[in-house]
Design a protein around this ligand. Sequence first.
Ligand SMILES: NC(=O)c1ccc[n+]([C@@H]2O[C@H](COP(=O)([O-])OP(=O)(O)OC[C@H]3O[C@@H](n4cnc5c(N)ncnc54)[C@H](O)[C@@H]3O)[C@@H](O)[C@H]2O)c1
Length: 450
Amino acid sequence: MKSRRDFIKTTALAGAAFSILPSKSVFAGNLENKVRLGFIGVGLRGQSHLELALKRDDVEVVAICDIQQRMIDMSLGLVAQEGKAKPSVILEGPQGYKKLLDRKDIDAVIIATPWEWHKVMCIDAMNAKKYVGCEVITGMTVDECWELVRTSEKTGMPLMMLENVCYRRDVMAVLNMVRQNVFGELIHLQGGYQHDLREVKFNDGKSGGRGAEFGEKGFSEAQWRTQHSVDRNGDLYPTHGIGPVAMMTNINRGNRFTQLVSYSTKARGLHEYVTKVGGENHPNAKINFKLGDVVTTMIRTANDETILLQHDTNLPRPYSLGFRVQGTKGIWMDVNKSIYIDGQSAKPHQWEEAKAWLDKYDHPLWKKYGNDAAGAGHGGMDWFVLNAFIESIKRKTTPPQDVYDAVTWSVITPLSEKSIAQNGASIDFPDFTNGQWKARKNNFALDDSY
Ligand SMILES: NC(=O)c1ccc[n+]([C@@H]2O[C@H](COP(=O)([O-])OP(=O)(O)OC[C@H]3O[C@@H](n4cnc5c(N)ncnc54)[C@H](O)[C@@H]3O)[C@@H](O)[C@H]2O)c1
């Protein structure tokens, strides 16, 4: 009889089955035609997707929607720069996006609005029979995550969270190595979001991004993201770290997250920053920011791996997502760009540079599309995530990162908030797949098509 671990391993890795949309899907896109896209939220991130979409021959940008003239103007500037037809513009306040969803000449939408809008916009879009690509994170509470799953299942419309780090070149090479057993059986993984966002959180759009204002006086993410640091304490941005690690450990596909615990440190960084930039008498120097400067979360999986996640956005530090992949045969870490493979690395107990390994195991997708992706945001990975979304629509398949991934990765935020509020209590993960995780197959980046 197979042990549980053998069962998990064989079911997770078997075959390259691509799931076809549920038969009740009414998506009417046509492969011969262009994918007709609508954009909801064309702030800085939406513009970055827009720019990539405008460069594609298989996409027509039909409409863009925002609530700020400045962002619409910047977007139309990109359209003009690419020499493409001017899309319809919807600038009609917070509910204006519904007008975009009413249009029958739009197959799919890209949602790049503040987090608090994602759930309702995704649900309205799926109910309007649009294929949905939503920026990270989708679902701010456990209930919101369930609503997203149920709506996707009910409507048959896919929801892809546009988690781009799964497509980072080194991450994909390491995924390739994991699948070829270079690290042996996986034991422990790490990742996170370790990015000094102080200038983002206090960007007033004027002082070269180095203000002390947020909310109504802020620009871009300072208008909305900073308030989450005032009100909430948890891992507020888990998906860049967890997405790649979840794909390596076949989460929702033979494996699942079972529990997490989170701890946070004291909150000092944002107050110090405001005081330094705006002075001790600045009104924002009186704010008690709730978000601990470093939030550390430990996750357990059904297959007995542990995953350590960190959220670290309030302190001076160079950017690093802090990946570590460790198995019975070796270890890779991104922060020192190093690797060690037992019996193969030149010297025992000594790191070697990872570059030669990453080149050797370069993922077929990067070999095929590396030139197309050159120049795209975040080292090219943004090209891949948009490409996967568009190609899924053209093929009428569920995207390689599906609704279950979107909510399983996003739900870490409310679960970590709960754990911290309960002094580090262990919190169970919901099983959004309703038991199907045991039999589902991993189809993420299995071939070189998308
Ligand atoms: N994957 C990545 O690498 C990455 C990078 C940056 C941002 N993001 C994500 O992208 C999303 C957007 O972030 P951003 O940096 O573009 O922020 P932003 O503030 O620059 O853009 C948000 C836009 O949404 C618009 N908006 C707000 N409410 C709206 C409504 N009701 N209807 C229509 N438009 C509305 C705003 O006017 C703004 O233009 C967030 O989820 C963020 O976390 C992801």
